[in-house]
Design a binder for this molecule. Structure first.
Ligand code: SAH
Ligand code: SF4
Ligand code: F3S
Length: 455
């Protein structure tokens, strides 16, 4: 990789002015984190960074394939680049990420979107310097969707998007093959980073003053199973908790089937770990959970929630829910609403089922109508609104710890997330950004809380 980085750097140095790159990452935080590594390599090779596609010499779309509309959006964006390429034949256009890992997508891009010069999948991030060198010297389309083994090279220094919060991938891939999901096909089997590599990265981030570290993996709590010396995710959390620094830790996403008591105990006992879990439910119906290959029942899911709440009554949960999985009945859907009422999520991310070619669910005949699916989605959103309106009230009069990271539309009002992962707004001055403050909550909305900073 280093050789090709040097080669590209030399080629770019010959240009009249330093070239600019524009990278857009779509999809989940794992993809965003890959994007930070891609940007790291581009900057090392001599590219400047721009957000404006019109002034870029290299445009890369780092894509997501999780739902059909995510893919359609990308095809639209690539299509729009055709005229840019016509006006500037030197422009290099790249497509990478989860969509690009699929052969049929690569075929379609090569056939229909000839303006694309560079295509590489999720395994080939570190191959970018070589691929770029091929495009620059041979002026042909460079493609690499090989399923390389191992984790992304530890040598790549990411260029992070902010200096308050940082993401740290701890594992790549997924072994679960939930029947609706494309991720295992585009990100391969689970492989974990060595604990020392993770701990060193967290140490560096803490020393650099980052206030929040998000540990990432498609199934973060199956971390460590494939290491030479296996380590559980709970153990990793405890080791991270021992690192000095004024930072807190979050993680995304745990899988309920691997959520052990040991894990909940670690979250509760580690003072740096936020008492919040994003625990994807997907459905509250055991019949649908089985068809989804989720490998837990609604009761097993509730036992995790109940155990966490038996230790911390306010332990906060958020979740992902799929509405309208093939042949979901009114009864199945009602079971999902029932779990929502029991857990009282602070936040949910809900998706109408999207058929993904290559997955098992794509072969299922689906008798549920689109109208029913949309109506159920509206009902679910309505219920969640009622739940959060009611549930957020529990915080009024209490003091929460909030990490401020943005100014709102209203001048002098700043916002951040509480440890429970709830948006909190308060009056402050700009120096509050990047600071963790104690906020006395005065008002609850259904999407956020409002309060006064007390120190
Ligand atoms: N690995 C994570 C989630 C990855 S995808 C996990 O298991 O929690 C993020 C979310 O997208 C999933 O939790 C699921 O709710 C949703 N999703 C995945 N595939 C989908 C599909 N085919 N249709 C609709 N939603 C889907
Ligand atoms: Fe997809 Fe399931 Fe793996 Fe999550 S756990 S990435 S939903 S297959
Ligand atoms: Fe999308 Fe790939 Fe993430 S499919 S959700 S970007 S792992």
């Amino acid at each position: 990789m280093a050789d090709y980085k040097d080669k590209v750097r030399k080629l770019l140095a010959e240009k009249d002015s330093p070239p600019l790159c524009c990278l857009h990452s779509f999809g989940c935080q794992q993809n965003v984190s890959d994007g930070e590594k891609i940007l790291g390599m581009l900057c090392e090779m001599g590219y400047g960074v721009t957000d404006d596609i019109n002034s870029a010499d290299l445009i890369i779309y780092n894509t997501c394939a999780v739902r059909e509309n995510a893919e359609l959006k990308i095809y639209g964006l690539i299509g729009n680049l055709k005229h840019l390429k016509e006006n500037n034949t030197e422009l290099i256009i790249g497509v990478c990420g989860c969509m690009a890992q699929q052969e049929q997508v690569v075929e379609k891009i090569r056939k229909t979107y000839k303006q694309v010069d560079l295509i590489f999948g999720t395994f080939a991030v570190q191959e970018l310097p070589r691929l770029l060198y091929e495009v620059l010297t041979e002026r042909k389309t460079a493609v690499d969707i090989t399923e390389y083994s191992g984790v992304i090279s530890e040598e790549i220094q990411p260029v992070r998007s902010g200096n308050i919060k940082a993401s740290v991938p701890i594992m790549y891939g997924c072994n679960n093959f939930c029947s609706y999901c494309i991720v295992p096909y585009v990100r391969g089997r689970e492989r974990s980073r060595e604990p020392e590599a993770v701990l060193n990265e967290v140490r560096e981030l803490a020393a650099a003053g980052y206030k929040e570290i998000m540990l990432l993996g498609q199934n973060v709590n199956s971390y460590g199973k494939n290491l030479d010396t296996p380590m559980t995710f709970a153990e990793l959390l405890r080791r991270i908790n021992e690192i000095d620094g004024d930072f807190k830790v979050r993680f995304m996403s745990p899988h309920p089937k691997d959520a052990t008591k040991e894990l909940i105990d670690a979250i509760i006992e580690c003072d740096k770990v936020c008492k919040h879990m994003h625990l994807p439910l997907q459905s509250g119906s055991d019949r649908i959970l089985e068809a989804m290959n989720r490998r837990y029942t609604a009761e097993k899911y509730m036992s995790i929630v109940d155990y966490a709440r038996s230790r911390i009554p306010d332990f906060s949960f958020s979740t992902d829910i799929i509405v309208g999985f093939p042949n979901e009945t009114e009864e199945d859907f009602a079971a999902t609403l029932e779990i929502m009422r029991r857990v009282k999520y602070d936040n949910i991310f809900s998706f109408i089922y999207s058929k993904r070619t290559g997955t098992k669910a794509a072969l299922m005949e689906d008798k549920t109508s689109d109208e029913d699916k949309s109506r159920r989605m509206r009902e679910l959103l309505e219920l969640q609104r009622e739940i959060s309106t009611e549930h957020f009230k529990r915080f009024v009069g209490r003091t929460l710890t909030v990490l401020f990271d943005a100014e709102t539309k209203n001048e002098g009002i700043y916002s951040g997330k509480s440890d429970e992962f709830i948006i909190v707004e308060a009056k402050a001055d700009p120096s509050v950004i990047g600071q963790r403050k104690q906020v006395k909550i005065t008002k609850a909305f259904n999407w956020a809380l409002q309060g006064e900073i007390i120190n």
